[in-house]
Design a protein around this ligand. Structure first.
Ligand code: NAP
Length: 263
């Protein structure tokens, strides 16, 4: 197994045990990394604290709404104080106002566009900038994307545009931070039934459609996303940066789908 022994990491985006962030965090923890977690708002505090404590009693748990620069600054100051340095960062965060994920993309409001890009794409830039000075021995920054960045996926709307921005940010950050041996990559995950996913119209049909049409004829599991997250964080991926790695049972290679998975 890949080892992250002696490494420290921070995980943004655990909402509950079904979160993709939790799957990757567990894989990082099992490989020996010491982790800190953040949560947005009091609503998720208890959940995240309980999950973090299940890994280790001394896991750091800190508040952070990624749209607030002062909270980001506070998080990294605390991490520096407790860990001394940082090797790994997971960005597993996305949000768009619900009305922007319904109906036609052409009706996206200026405000919904702004919010989706601020939370889902700009936040990676802000977190990377704050993390870089702590990654004195190099590091691995990982974000979560989706195929709607590249192709039109009905209902995904402004989130697809924000993911395209996230993937472009990944490449520009990889270029800027490469000389500091900091790698920046995205995992483009196939659909997983999480809290955020349920906000997307027709999500259940999407799961069925993937199962019917992906070359592997199934959906990706959380464990498989955890395993890829571990690989990208490890020295085995030392020459991989600026990439979008698809973990979707091969769905994205298809040019024509034949089986109907739902309405
Ligand atoms: P999730 O468990 O609901 O995680 C999303 C996280 O983003 C939540 O913890 C959420 O916290 C957090 N978040 C939203 N706005 C935030 C803000 N302003 N500041 C800090 N945190 C904020 O869902 P998930 O599916 O695991 O999503 C994780 C990532 O995977 C996202 O980038 C998503 O787009 C991506 N992804 C998901 C799928 C899928 O099918 N599930 C597929 C491809 C990519 P709150 O609940 O408090 O808002």
């Amino acid at each position: 197994m890949e080892s992250l022994s002696g490494k420290t990491g921070i995980v943004f985006g655990v909402a509950n045990k079904r979160s993709i962030a939790w799957a990757i965090a567990q894989a990082w923890h099992r490989a020996g990394a010491r982790l800190a977690f953040t949560y947005q708002g009091e609503r998720l505090k208890d959940n995240v604290t309980e999950l973090a404590a299940s890994l280790s009693a001394d896991t750091l748990v800190l508040p952070c709404d990624v749209t607030r620069d002062e909270e980001i600054q506070q998080v990294f100051a605390t991490v520096e104080k407790h860990f001394g340095g940082l090797h790994l960062l997971l960005h597993s965060i996305a949000y768009a106002p619900k009305e922007a994920l319904e109906g036609q993309f052409v009706n996206t409001s200026r405000e919904a566009f702004r919010i989706a890009h601020d939370v889902s794409a700009y936040s990676l830039v802000a977190l990377a900038r704050a993390a870089a000075p702590l990654m004195k021995d190099g590091g691995s920054i990982l974000a979560l994307s989706y195929y709607g960045a590249e192709k039109v996926v009905p209902h995904y709307n402004v989130m697809g545009v924000a993911k395209a921005a996230l993937e472009a940010c990944t490449r520009y950050l990889a270029y800027d931070l490469g000389p500091q041996k900091i790698r920046v990559n995205c995992i483009s995950a196939g659909p997983v039934n999480t809290l955020a996913a349920r906000g997307i119209g027709g999500f259940t049909d999407m799961l069925k459609h993937y199962e019917a049409n992906a070359p592997l004829r199934r959906n990706v599991t959380l464990e498989e996303l955890g395993a890829t997250g571990l690989f990208l964080a490890s020295d085995g991926a030392a020459a991989i940066t600026g990439q979008v790695i698809y973990v979707d049972c091969g769905y994205c290679i298809m040019g024509m789908q034949t089986a109907a998975g739902g309405s």
